[in-house]
Design a protein around this ligand. Sequence first.
Ligand SMILES: NC(=O)c1ccc[n+]([C@@H]2O[C@H](COP(=O)([O-])OP(=O)(O)OC[C@H]3O[C@@H](n4cnc5c(N)ncnc54)[C@H](OP(=O)(O)O)[C@@H]3O)[C@@H](O)[C@H]2O)c1
Length: 326
Amino acid sequence: MKVALKDRYGPPEVVAVGEVERPIPEANRVLVRVRAASVNRADLDGLLPRPSFVRLFIGLRRPRNRGVGLDVAGIVEAVGPEATRFKVGDPVFGDLSLFHDGAFAEYVCVSEAAFQPIPAGMSFEVAATLPHSAILAVQGLRRRDGRTIGPGDRVLVDGASGNVGPFAVQIAKARGAEVTGVCSPAKVDFVRSLGADHVLDYTTVDYTRTGKRYDWIIDTDSHHSLIAVRRALAPGGTYVTLGGTASPILAALLLGPLLSRFGNRRLGLLTWWAPFRAEDVATVLELVGTGTVRPVIDRRYPLAEVVGALRWVNDGHARGKVIIEP
Ligand SMILES: NC(=O)c1ccc[n+]([C@@H]2O[C@H](COP(=O)([O-])OP(=O)(O)OC[C@H]3O[C@@H](n4cnc5c(N)ncnc54)[C@H](OP(=O)(O)O)[C@@H]3O)[C@@H](O)[C@H]2O)c1
């Protein structure tokens, strides 16, 4: 079978499509024939580790997992002797973040725990847009203590035009919030089309200096100090950051809880991420099923052009999800 592989860290060009033997599922594993996969920033962060200290966990000198890609949707082709949840022919989707495999392949073979059924009527490519980014959006809009957003809350999505941001904008709107999206000038119209009430171009406006206050800020790619972000939080407000380079991530991780002790604003890194948590998957499926949230697909690439797909996202061109179809 054909599979995208990486043997070293580097830009998208280190990925090559190779040929490996098709696995036979053992124990509780299932073999899934991939019909669609989608690209996430996390795929690129895994190629050129960001934040840099994640190398401690994913391989110091070279990646431990040669596979590439997290979001996958396909059809169960074979099941291991201990697998009980799925049968051959079932349409499933999942996030491979906790599983040692890569979604950019003709087949994936991992524990059945990685998957949930795709509901009737949902296409493979729509299902493939959801597992990583939509779940991160749901969990970034909910604190560890369960507190979340509600009608009338002023929510700012910093990085509204990437993978997670469009889901965060639409989910916050669905919950009745007044939503401000932050993005580059070229994507202002895209973010407006998602339903954002206000859109700020980060090259001309620094939202931490406008004097406006937000009840919730979800940040997908930290670009401000915590002190600056705190200024933009209303009393009782929450700031949750998801990603970025090492120093803002470490600051959010270590300094965030300290700053949160003084005053009534909460700031920090999303440390309660639970990949593809079943309850959150159900929430997302409900929102997509009712048409309240509409995943946006930017482009489709065949597996043979996986480097082009990764490069397109890496260079910031995508307006919505990029799909890879074996
Ligand atoms: N905390 C956790 O547990 C956890 C778990 C999994 C993944 N993650 C991380 O979560 C993040 C998810 O992000 P994503 O996939 O949505 O990333 P993405 O698709 O790369 O989007 C990044 C966003 O940041 C914006 N941006 C770029 N430069 C900016 C600037 N100077 N000021 C403001 N915004 C700027 C981009 O806007 P333009 O495109 O318009 O320039 C885009 O909207 C990844 O970093 C991933 O590694 C975290």
